[in-house]
Structures are given as structure tokens and as C-alpha cells.
Ligand binder design. Structure first.
Ligand SMILES: [Mn+2]
Length: 326
């Protein structure tokens, strides 16, 4: 195995650091799930692929996304025949650590803490909004990774971060000048995201209690990027946030819509299951606390009417989950 192909997010970075240590590889390629599915770059039997869909072929595959695992079935691939490991855990880093732990006698002491944070960040497993907002070394690195565009994401910067996480852990890595600089850039991007959230959000007329905030980004002709959970800082009383936006393909706005929902960690949301909503409407999947789906439309007109429909259908199910009936 000569190269690690890994997701360009925090879990992907930690996954890359672990594989790099255990298999002694220090060539990396960072990418997102869509470019693997679209086979935008070659992946071969000498690659270890982490936290991404299974490609046409590869040497080893590590992942934790159930959707990617189901995809194997549909493609008629026998998971038993794939080298590596799959488990439905909070992070891919956890899958990798579990796999190599069994066959390795010396594991760097900082790996445990690093993978604990990968679990929290990747599964959005915070106990409260305050805990999510806390500036931990992991959060600083995570923010730094999100600060650039995709072109920047495949750079020496990414490689330096992986190697530093591998050799020194999160505390040291979060103090690297490059990381600090990008983290600051990320913080100012968050400011503009908050503005966009305020400008582009509303409640459905039927949502009299203002439970589910709708962030509607469909008017934007350039790909809008927000972190919808920032809405909980502005609208502290809402129970959930729904983000709806057009899908962009190579920078071009399409008529297809992506919908995602999350629940407010600060509110009692035991009754709600956002993944169930997506599955019931047959548009996507997810966990109780966060889920996403896609609605494909063939024209702008269809997109606008489907948007209305899907928002109403989601809210109807949402209300039913809270026992409000029809
Ligand atoms: Mn992951």
C-alpha cells in the first residue's frame, strides 16, 4: 500500500493519521465523498481509502457510514472480500483504531484522546450548545480544515496537519501557526454565516410555536455554505433547524434540492427522530438528531413547488412525532 485516500474533514484527517502510523505510509490524497462516487480521480489497489464510499477498487477500505455499506450490496460486492474494516461507529477513526489495536503492541498515548474527539466531532455528539462552542484543540483544527475551499484543502497544509496529529496529537497541532491563522479565518466566516442565517430564515405559517426554523438558501446563485447549527445561537428557543438549498454541480446551480435537519441539543427532543422523517418521505436517511435528504426536480418550477411540498410534509411528520396529531 502506498497512498492514503481520505476524507478532507476532521475524522478523515485523524483516520489518515492512524493509518499512516500503523501502515507506515506518508503519501495522502484528500477528497470528499462525491468525487469518489463520480470517479473524478483514479484510485487503485495500492490505495487505502478512509471515511469515504467504496471506490471501484482499492487495497484497503475503512468506513463507518451505513449508507456506503448498503451500497456494496447494491453493487454486488461481498464486504467479506474487502481488506480493512467497516463498523457503524461514531467515527471512521474509531473503526481504524479498533482494527489495528488488536495487532499492535505500541500505540502512541495521544491516539486515545484524538479518536475520542473524532467521535464527538463526526457524530456531532455534544451534550449542549455551550459544549459545542467550546474552543478545544480539536475544534480549532476542525475549523481550520473548514476554512478553505476544496482546492486549498488538498495542500501541504492538510498533509502537515495529518503528520502532526499522528506524531504530536491535537494540542500541539492546534497551536501550529498555519492552523491558528486558518482557524481565525474560519471564525470570521462563521460571522457571515450567522448573517446569512438571519437573512434567509423563517417559520412555516403552520408552525405557530416557532419550533422548526427553516433556513431557505434556494435564492442564492452561488453555492451558499453555512453551518445550520449556528442558528441555535441566534434562535435559542427553537427545537430544530431545517436547511434547504439547491445542489450545485461543478459550481452550477441545479434544480435538485438538498434538505437537512438537526435537533437543538439544549431542548428536550426525545420525541423527535429526524432520520425517520427522511425515511418516511423516502428522500434520505440519518440519525435521530440529524438527517439529510435529496429531492430531484427537472425544472425550476417543479423545484419551487416540490420545495413547498417537502417542507409541509416534513413539518406534518414533525408535529405527529410530538404527539400533536394531524
Ligand atoms: Mn466520518
Amino acid at each position: 500500500m502506498t497512498r492514503i485516500v481520505t476524507h478532507n474533514d476532521f475524522d478523515g484527517i485523524v483516520s489518515g493519521a492512524l493509518v499512516s502510523y500503523f501502515l507506515n505510509i506518508d503519501t495522502f490524497y484528500f477528497t470528499g465523498p462525491r468525487s469518489v462516487n463520480n470517479t473524478r480521480f483514479p484510485i487503485s489497489s495500492s490505495d487505502v481509502v478512509c471515511d469515504l464510499p467504496y471506490p471501484l477498487e482499492c487495497g484497503m477500505w475503512f468506513d463507518h457510514h451505513p449508507g456506503n455499506f448498503e451500497e456494496l450490496n447494491l453493487r454486488g460486492i461481498d464486504p467479506e472480500k474487502i481488506e480493512g474494516a467497516f463498523a457503524h461507529l461514531k467515527s471512521c477513526a474509531r473503526v481504524i483504531l479498533n482494527y489495528f489495536e488488536k495487532m499492535s503492541d505500541k500505540i502512541p498515548s495521544h491516539f486515545k484522546n484524538t479518536v475520542d474527539y473524532a467521535d464527538i466531532i463526526d457524530a456531532f455528539d455534544y451534550k449542549s450548545i455551550d459544549e459545542w462552542r467550546k474552543e478545544t484543540p480539536a475544534k480549532i483544527i476542525d475549523g481550520a480544515l473548514k476554512s478553505g475551499n476544496f482546492a486549498v484543502r488538498n495542500s501541504d497544509f492538510m498533509k502537515n496537519v495529518v503528520l502532526s496529529v499522528r506524531d504530536h496529537g491535537l494540542d500541539f497541532t492546534s497551536e501550529m501557526p498555519d492552523v491558528v491563522e486558518k482557524w481565525e479565518k474560519y471564525c470570521s466566516r462563521e460571522e457571515s454565516m450567522m448573517k446569512m442565517i438571519s437573512n434567509d430564515s423563517y417559520f412555516l405559517v403552520e408552525d405557530k410555536e416557532h419550533e422548526l426554523l427553516i433556513i431557505d438558501l434556494t435564492k442564492h446563485n452561488r453555492k451558499p455554505e453555512i453551518i445550520k447549527n449556528l442558528a441555535y445561537i441566534i434562535f435559542t428557543e427553537i427545537k430544530g433547524v431545517l436547511e434547504i438549498k439547491n445542489i450545485f454541480s461543478r459550481g452550477v446551480k441545479t434544480n435538485n434540492l438538498s434538505v437537512s435537519i438537526s435537533l437543538n441539543l439544549n431542548k428536550d427532543s426525545a420525541n423527535y427522530d429526524t432520520g425517520l422523517i427522511m425515511r418516511t418521505l423516502n428522500i434520505g436517511d440519518g440519525h435521530k438528531g440529524a438527517a439529510a435528504g435529496v429531492v430531484n426536480c427537472s425544472s425550476k418550477q417543479e423545484m419551487l413547488s416540490e420545495k413547498k411540498n417537502v417542507l409541509q410534509n416534513i413539518f406534518k411528520l414533525w408535529r405527529e412525532q410530538n404527539g400533536a396529531g394531524v
